[in-house]
Design a protein around this ligand. Structure first.
Ligand code: G4P
Length: 299
């Protein structure tokens, strides 16, 4: 599956972020715990060189718990502090505050030795669209300090949220885009909804999801399904897939059975592949198939 996409405002958002970075000593980078590497932009390592760093594996509540632990260890082995979190959860926000203190401790101590006292840590939150940046800022600030939703390119004037004597947070998050070059990463991002659905064929994407679930999470797939393979599905085939028929046939049949079991039909009782694809993608994105991680920590 090949996804070509170049969102607008990319350059502008990056420039804004480069300017904002000059004002902070700590960069809190959000990644999606379901794609802990692919949801990051590697430019950040260059852009944030010399800053204290903290990576939050956000939406960990929707990711595979075993993989969550494996990813924290994966980052620790590379001397990077990564913390699992659900940006909406106050308890997790407390853990983030503790991690912020830890990663900033050395800098604070250096400042103290230089006689610089009471200088708060200034931090900014960054990450790809929809990863939870605004939610985190709101949760940390304990009020509706930053609007959720994603508006790259809007003119902004920076404001600082003073959390206490030791920490100030820039109220506007830095927006970065993931790299789309690797087709496998693009598919994973599309599965999460991080790539506009308008440029992705939902039928093909649902098929990719089904292949992944069959390979990696067969028990969760079985739990989600409302049909079984014994049922008689017929032999309908969407035209789009005809060329890849041999490889895709078993998965198309599952889609067809699910469509029938869930009433995703057109007139005449024909399967509505667009509708069943939408159901599958929505259920996956809402973690209704279970807690799933698309990228394994073995890489
Ligand atoms: P952004 O600023 O990075 O673009 O992301 P934003 O905070 O707008 O969050 C995008 C969506 O992800 C929101 O859902 C938000 O509630 C959800 N979200 C953020 N963090 C977490 C998390 O740790 N776990 C889970 N499960 N969801 C999270 P939405 O449906 O777009 O909006 P809303 O209906 O929640 O307001």
């Amino acid at each position: 599956m090949n996804i070509q996409w170049y969102p607008g405002h990319m350059t502008k958002a990056r420039r804004q972020m480069e300017a904002d970075l000059k004002q902070v000593s700590l960069v809190i980078e959000l990644a999606d715990a379901r794609i802990p590497l692919g949801s990051r932009n590697p430019d950040i390592d260059r852009m944030a060189a010399g800053k204290d760093r903290l990576i939050l594996l956000n939406k960990a509540d929707m990711a595979d718990p075993a993989e969550n632990d494996a990813w924290v260890k994966w980052y620790a082995a590379r001397n990077i502090r990564a913390v699992l979190c659900d940006a909406r959860n106050p308890r997790d926000v407390k853990a983030i505050r503790r991690a912020v203190t830890e990663v900033s401790a050395e800098r604070m101590e250096r400042n103290r030795r230089k006689g610089i006292l009471n200088r708060p840590v200034r931090a900014m939150v960054c990450g790809i669209p929809n990863v939870g940046k605004s939610t985190l800022i709101n949760s940390v600030a304990g009020r509706s300090a930053a609007k959720t939703g994603n508006k790259p390119g809007v003119t902004r004037s920076n404001q600082w949220i003073r959390l206490d004597r030791t920490l100030e947070l820039l109220d506007t998050p830095g927006i970065l885009w993931p790299k789309f070059e690797d087709p496998e990463v693009s598919v994973r991002l599309a599965l999460l909804g991080s790539i506009s659905d308008q440029v992705v064929d939902s039928g093909e994407l649902a098929l990719e999801l089904l292949k992944f679930m069959t390979r990696e999470y067969p028990a969760l797939l079985a739990g989600w399904r409302k049909s079984t393979d014994e049922e008689d599905g017929g032999d309908e085939m969407p035209e789009l897939m005809a060329g890849d028929y041999a490889e895709n046939a078993p998965y198309l049949r599952i889609m067809e059975r699910e469509a029938r079991a869930r009433g995703c039909l057109r007139g005449g009782g024909n399967v509505d592949y667009d509708r069943i694809a939408a159901v599958m993608l929505n259920d996956f994105r809402a973690a209704k198939m279970g807690r799933i991680t698309l990228e394994k920590a073995t890489v």
